[in-house]
Design a binder for this molecule. Structure first.
Ligand SMILES: *Cc1c(COP(=O)(O)O)cnc(C)c1O
Length: 399
């Protein structure tokens, strides 16, 4: 079959929930992907911030292959060593006390919300608590996660969603303070908003929200699914701010391709929230994902991935300064580390499509942002290559 035939066959069988780029990817090596025609692409999307170590990393592959040969799944009715090791590592790098492994980011959000509700239930002796979330946020597509996702377009067909969710304006402390009442059990936000357009929380906002939470015994839930795992130059973005959440979610690069998420919490929240019978999962935390998470975290720590991200992202930001100065329809760039957005007045979807023709994979965020979330192992030469390809697309101006 040729590329067009693969695409047509796939369109016949999969539910049409995505307007995909016309690309049939076959394999990857380092920071490059190759399609079924053998064409090479420099990857600045990393499967949406997942492939921190790029593709075909031998050490990672060997670790998960070895676990496949031993045992992949046993269920949570028994103990297994890989998940114990993975849990120890993720607690060490996050400074949290307890972790529950899920199969996706969305499920991590579900678990975080349930933990917050149960905490308030234990404290007050009754249910009926409310949550404050942020406008332009993204937390996932299940009904619970969608309920805290501040995007009317995603929500509307599925209403009524969870009751008692109120939306504040991100980076506006007053708008959060106004929504707090005696029923509020949690404030949930991304430390750096991803899908909404790459907006980092300001220091003042995050500190202010933390203070409001402490004052009213409200739990702060930070969604680190996209911005965590070294991407911003710290293992978790909140570590830049010195503002610790009570509950935190992770996924995407946590397994580097193996589907896994996690929600983590402090001991105080654990003691007062989910107990036997309150939550569960068949696959979550099985030996296979345990081996993957364990290896990812081992490699990130040993290779000082956050130092590398700081260094290479400083260079990327310099280059983004230059490109924003050069093209008048690029108005700004913002982000942290290797999570960067270029604000663009031309149709960003078309630019991403044109970039594919030049052998560059980039994605978008919001309606007007070119999103760069490359593998964390990129080097300066890859930044140069990306800029050269992007400039070619922008110079041609066919979008
Ligand atoms: C991707 C994402 C999610 C959802 O994760 P899935 O693994 O797709 O379920 C939630 N929150 C944020 C910030 C994300 O970027």
């Amino acid at each position: 079959m040729n590329k067009q035939e693969y695409i047509e066959e796939e369109e016949k069988v999969l539910l049409h929930t995505y307007n995909r780029f016309p690309l049939v990817l076959d394999h990857g090596e380092g920071v490059y992907l190759y399609d079924t025609d053998g064409k090479e692409y420099l990857d600045f999307a990393a499967g949406i911030a997942v492939q921190a170590f790029g593709y075909n990393n031998k050490e990672y592959n060997d670790a998960i292959k070895a676990q496949i040969d031993k045992v992949m799944h046993t269920s949570n009715l028994y103990y297994n060593v890989p998940v114990m090791e993975a849990a120890k590592r993720v607690l060490k790098v996050s400074g949290m006390d307890r972790v529950f492994f899920t199969n996706s980011g969305t499920e991590a959000i579900e678990g975080a919300l349930k933990a917050a509700k149960k905490y308030a239930y234990t404290r007050d002796g009754h249910a009926g608590h409310e949550v404050i979330a942020m406008q332009h946020s993204f937390h996932g597509r299940s009904l619970g996660a969608l309920s805290v996702t501040g995007n009317a377009h995603y929500q509307e067909p599925f209403e009524p969603l969870l009751p008692g969710i109120h939306f504040a304006e991100f980076n506006n402390l007053d708008s959060v303070a106004k929504l707090i009442n005696e029923k509020t059990c949690a404030i949930i936000m991304e430390t750096v908003q991803g899908e909404g357009g790459i907006y980092p929380a300001t220091q003042e906002f995050l500190e202010g929200v933390r203070a409001l939470c402490d004052e009213h015994d409200i739990l702060l839930i930070l969604d680190e699914i996209q911005c965590g795992m070294g991407r911003t130059g710290e293992m978790f973005a909140w570590q830049h701010y010195g503002v610790k959440p009570d509950i935190m979610t992770s996924a995407k690069a946590l397994g580097c391709g193996v589907p896994v998420g996690a929600f983590l919490m402090t001991q105080r929240v654990a003691d007062m929230s989910l107990a036997p019978g309150d939550h569960g999962t068949t696959y979550g935390g099985n030996p296979f994902i345990g081996a993957a998470v364990n290896k990812v975290l081992e490699m990130m720590e040993r290779d000082h991935i956050t130092d590398h991200v700081k260094e290479v992202s400083a260079y990327l930001e310099e280059k983004l300064d230059e490109i924003v100065t050069k093209y008048d329809f690029l108005t700004a760039h913002r982000g942290m580390g290797l999570m960067q957005g270029i604000v663009c007045e031309k149709p960003v979807g078309k630019i991403a499509a044109k970039a594919l023709e030049e052998g560059l994979i980039i994605i978008t965020a919001g309606t007007d942002v070119i999103r760069l979330v490359p593998p964390l192992i990129i080097e300066k030469k890859h930044v140069d290559e990306m800029i050269a390809k992007l400039e070619k697309v922008l110079d041609e101006n066919h979008f």
